[in-house]
Design a protein around this ligand. Structure first.
Ligand code: AMP
Length: 191
């Protein structure tokens, strides 16, 4: 049996994790999941999870670690995830990093590569503003964006240090064309 290839994408909101995750997923033929997408879908369908998460998401704060780890447990249990998965924006707090490591370890797995997309706040604000005109996400409204960036700085930035203390993190410059960034990631992963 080949070793599962699990990739974690880290980075601030608007760094391009979603875009690069889709490209990676197609290239490596691995499923990708984003907790943000799964939560938005739950909100749109009005499921109990969606009802629980909606207000928190719209405000730009983070939903609970317990909710996130429940989602990860379910996704990792899917047969399609057996050969590896791409986790997009899935880990945003240190307890989530610990929880995801535990869930993977329970399956005899660990993250193979951590890709951190590095972009400046200025670039992020410009990208989110652009996305707001095309995607109409409630949490791309200016107040929510400020809150999301604060959540990132206070709760998610320490995650990077947590992973760096435990192994290599690929720091990828997140500026340039989508293709440039994809090529940097390919070179870093070696596949
Ligand atoms: P995103 O689409 O990745 O920007 O996520 C949208 C929103 O979903 C975030 O602002 C959070 O409210 C919530 N969310 C997504 N992933 C997580 C996570 N791993 N931990 C906590 N909240 C999350």
């Amino acid at each position: 049996m080949t070793i599962p290839f699990d990739i974690l994408l880290l980075g601030p909101p608007g760094a391009g994790k979603g875009t690069q995750g889709i490209l990676l997923s197609a290239r490596l033929r691995l499923p990708k999941f984003a907790t943000g997408d799964l939560l938005r879908d739950a909100v749109a369908r009005g499921t109990p999870l969606g009802l629980q998460a909606r207000a928190v998401m719209e405000s730009g704060a983070l939903v609970s670690d317990e909710i996130i780890l429940g989602i990860v447990r379910e996704e990792l249990g899917k047969p399609a995830a057996a050969a590896g998965v791409i986790l997009d924006g899935v880990v945003r707090t240190v307890p989530q990093a610990e929880g995801v490591a535990g869930l993977l370890a329970g399956r005899g797995r660990k993250i193979s590569h951590i890709v951190f997309l590095d972009v400046t706040d200025e670039e992020i604000l410009g990208r989110i503003e652009k996305r707001r005109t095309t995607e109409s996400r409630a949490d791309d409204a200016p107040d929510s964006v400020v809150r999301r960036l604060r959540a990132y700085r206070e709760q998610t930035a320490p995650v990077l240090a947590w992973y760096e203390a435990r192994g290599a993190v690929h720091r990828i410059a997140g500026t340039g064309t989508v293709e440039d960034i994809a090529e940097r990631i390919r070179a870093a992963l070696g596949r």
